[in-house]
Write a new protein. Structure first.
Length: 120
């Protein structure tokens, strides 16, 4: 769904918004193929490969927690809007705010899109 949102923004001429996923350190050993819709993996939740970049959180300070998720107090499926200077502007958890435009009559999708646009 975030691929669709990103593509929609780009098609509207909005090129200063970027979206990236950060896999939590606690999930480092889990299968990620269906999360990123790997075309070489039999996933039932994908229409095709995703275009948005994904990266893996790490534990460089060796305290048992992922450094990015720990610094940002992130939980699974958090969508954090970050300003140009790296400051958190807003946070929405996508588990409770499904961005699928076919869910909730597209209300969550539009809310997330408008929130992104409000910080430009």
């Amino acid at each position: 769904m975030l691929d669709d949102l990103y593509n929609e923004l780009v098609s509207e001429g909005i090129d200063d918004v970027k979206i990236i996923g950060i896999n939590g350190y606690q999930y480092i050993d889990d299968s990620y193929e269906c999360m990123i819709c790997d075309p070489n993996w039999p996933c039932t939740n994908c229409d095709g490969p995703i275009i948005l970049p994904w990266t893996q959180d790490v534990d460089e300070d060796e305290d048992g927690d992922g450094d990015v998720w720990e610094d940002w107090s992130a939980t699974i499926r958090d969508f954090v809007i970050v300003g140009r200077n790296g400051e958190e502007l807003a946070r929405i958890n996508l588990t409770y705010n499904n961005p699928d435009p076919d869910s909730t009559c597209g209300e969550n999708y539009e809310t997330i899109k408008n929130l992104i646009l409000s910080f430009r």
